[in-house]
Every structure is written in C-alpha cells, then in structure tokens.
Ligand binder design. Structure first.
Ligand SMILES: [Zn+2]
Length: 91
C-alpha cells in the first residue's frame, strides 16, 4: 500500500528537535491541518499540528476527545515504528 505524502514547511519536533518536511496521511488523503495528529518518526512522540503551523504535544483533554479509530491507528503506527527502529539498531 502506498500512502499519500504531503510536503509541509519544515517542522521541528518539540520533544527531540528532529526536523521534518513531509507528512503522510493514514486512512485519508488530506494535507495536515491545525489539530491533525501526527507522530515524530525519530522519537515516536505523538504530536499535533498547531494553529500557528508548528508541532506541539497534545493536551490530555484533546487526547480524550480522539476517536477510537485515532487511538487504534496511533497504536498500530507506534508498534510499527518500534519494529522499524529495532531493526535499524540491529544493523
Ligand atoms: Zn521527536
């Protein structure tokens, strides 16, 4: 399965400082917007796109409002990231 990739302005992970300029929608083909949920591919922190065009950590109240589909997708993505990171460390 090929997932749609969207070019973004350079974004900085607030947790690890990793710079990214792409976002891939999982389950939909829209570019990220304020409030979109994402994951840093470097440190696996769950993040949100802020209204000011930056990334930030979500508030607990926001996470509680996410649908079960969002939580399930994040769980699958984080599991996949652990596998990929584990294989990269083993090389
Ligand atoms: Zn990060």
């Amino acid at each position: 399965m090929i997932l749609p990739e969207h070019v973004t302005p350079v974004l900085v992970c607030p947790c690890c400082g990793y710079k990214m300029d792409r976002a891939t929608g999982i389950g939909y083909d829209r570019p990220p917007a304020p409030g979109s949920v994402t994951v840093c591919m470097n440190c696996a922190e769950v993040l949100m796109f802020g209204a000011d065009g930056t990334l930030r950590q979500p508030l607990l109240a926001e996470m509680l409002d996410w649908t079960s589909d969002t939580h399930r997708t994040l769980d699958q993505l984080l599991r996949a990231l652990r596998v990929v990171k584990g294989k990269a460390r083993a090389k």
